[in-house]
Design a protein around this ligand. Sequence first.
Ligand code: Y43
Ligand code: MG
Length: 204
Amino acid sequence: MPRTLVLASNNAGKIKEFNALLADIGITVKPQGEFDFEEAEETGLSFIENAILKARHACAHTGLPALADDSGIEVDYLDGAPGIYSARFAGEHGNNEANNALLLEKLDGVPEAERTARFHCVLAYMRHQNDPTPQVFHGVWEGRILTSAQGQEGFGYDPIFFVPEQGCSAASLPKDIKNQISHRAQALQQLLTSFEQTAGGITL
Ligand SMILES: O=c1nc[nH]c2c1ncn2[C@H]1C[C@H](O)[C@@H](COP(=O)(O)OP(=O)(O)OP(=O)(O)O)O1
Ligand SMILES: [Mg+2]
C-alpha cells in the first residue's frame, strides 16, 4: 500500500471525493496542484489512455506514485458523446454550466426512454513514470439525463444525471451515498481490493 501518492487531477470535485474515499486507509493523498507543474495534455483517444498519461505525467514531475482519474458522461442519444470530451463539451474546459446547458439543449424534446446515459471513471495507478504495469480500474454508473438541473451536491454533470435506483439526480444525493455507488466509488473499490489482494498492497 503506498504511503503517499499524488492525485493527478486538478478537478476540485474529484479531489474532494478521493479525499473522502481514501481518508481512513492511511494513504496521504497530495493533489497535483500542490506541486508546481503544468497539467498533462489529454491527447488520448480513450479514458484509459488519458488516465495513464495523466498518472505518468504526475509521477515524472513528483517522483511519487500517482493515481489519475479520467472520467466523463456517455449519452446514448448522442452516440456516446461527450465521453472523453466531457470536460470541454461546450468548448471551454471545466465550464460545467455551459456543458450542462449544451447537453440539455441537444436533448431538448427527447423522450425519457431515449435519454439513457452513463458515467465512466477510469483510474490509473502508476508506481513510477516507467511503471510497465500500470493498474487500471473502470467504474460505470447508469442513469439518464434530466430535462432540468436538480440538487446542489456533487459537481460537473451531477445536477442533470438522474440515478434510477435512488429516484433523484446525482446532485441530490448525500455525498456519502454518492461515494458508495458512483462510477468513481466503484473504480476505487476495485483498486482498494487489488491493493489488499497484492501481498502488502501494490509495492511502491
Ligand atoms: O462524478 C461526476 N459527476 C459529474 N460530472 C463528472 C463526474 N466525474 C466526471 N465528471 C465530468 C466532469 C468533467 O466534465 C469530466 C471529467 O473530465 P476529466 O478530464 O476526467 O477531468 P477534469 O479535466 O475536470 O480534471 P482532471 O483531468 O484534472 O482530473 O466528466
Ligand atoms: Mg481533464
